[in-house]
Ligand binder design. Sequence first.
Ligand SMILES: NC(=O)c1ccc[n+]([C@@H]2O[C@H](COP(=O)([O-])OP(=O)(O)OC[C@H]3O[C@@H](n4cnc5c(N)ncnc54)[C@H](OP(=O)(O)O)[C@@H]3O)[C@@H](O)[C@H]2O)c1
Length: 329
Amino acid sequence: MAGKLMHALQYDSYGGGAAGLKHVQVPVPSPKSNEVLLKIEATSLNPADWKIQKGMIRPFLPCKFPCIPATDVAGEVMEVGSGVKNFKAGEKVVAVLSHLTGGGLAEFVVASEKLTVKRPQEVGPAEAAALSLSGLTALQALTSPAGLKMDGTGKQVNILVTAASGGVGHYAVQLAKLGNAHVTATCGARNIEFVKSLGADEVLDYKTPEGATFKSPSGKKYDAVIHCANGIPFSAFEPNLSDDGKVIDITPGPKTMWTYAVKKVTMSKKQLVPLFMIPKAENLEFLMNLVKEGKVKTVIDSKHPLRKAEDAWAKSIDGHATGKIIVEP
Ligand SMILES: NC(=O)c1ccc[n+]([C@@H]2O[C@H](COP(=O)([O-])OP(=O)(O)OC[C@H]3O[C@@H](n4cnc5c(N)ncnc54)[C@H](OP(=O)(O)O)[C@@H]3O)[C@@H](O)[C@H]2O)c1
């Protein structure tokens, strides 16, 4: 497809929010030897996308301008690089792109073979794209630091999921139930029935005084908190933790890192664990199978066409999505 142009959205500098995204025509990228070229069917947005644009993660993830953002895509393989062994043209796949290169807000993108997996026909492109960053983060938080066994054979533990109505939270509730946990969840009043429908055993409205204490209505102490909301300190959870309970913070800021260090040095039994998801193809395949088998569902907040992707971007910045925000060609 060398020389062909495609529609994409890109930004040229830090800041600017949705208005900073420009519609452009740029060349369709060519796959390197270990890459596949995808015609995008769906792209899922994450808060990381606009946080990178804002420069919030600049020391760790500096932008290379111009930047076509977004990392979670589903698409059809159009071409494969000379070294690609596991994919061929015409296959439907889902891929996780690097935050350093992005590329998801476009008609075509190249993806590393290593982070591309086949999409079964039972799982739609939007449902599959949504799984990547959010599903992987929920899975890694629950299996590694929280120690849940996803086949449900582990002992029952008590889990609190904050921001359970969001992209990560809605997967965390469902996966925690598969892992044999008792789940307490927090969300806004309008989402209480929704979060219960995902399997949460008890739900707290985060805007009420009871919700702000994180106290389990049935008096449970949490073995792990999958903390997906922003700006809540460890001390707010501490009284509700079991003796060796952990807060797994997926939105760690400088204060989190400081508390983490203090808890380590003082050998505290109650721990704070900052979590940075590392994408793994086998984890994505595992999640895709759970969706295929109907054990986990992707809930879609809204779908937006690529020509109006700035609306999707603004919605993500707004921070009130229920489930995932999707952009389609
Ligand atoms: N460390 C990692 O590797 C990693 C990976 C993925 C995501 N993250 C981070 O994790 C955070 C969550 O991501 P996400 O994709 O789930 O976000 P999201 O989908 O944008 O979350 C939006 C949802 O959170 C709810 N919410 C906001 N504040 C809340 C609070 N204090 N208590 C309860 N619910 C609250 C909102 O409910 P209302 O509308 O009712 O307010 C909304 O439904 C983001 O900061 C993201 O950057 C980190």
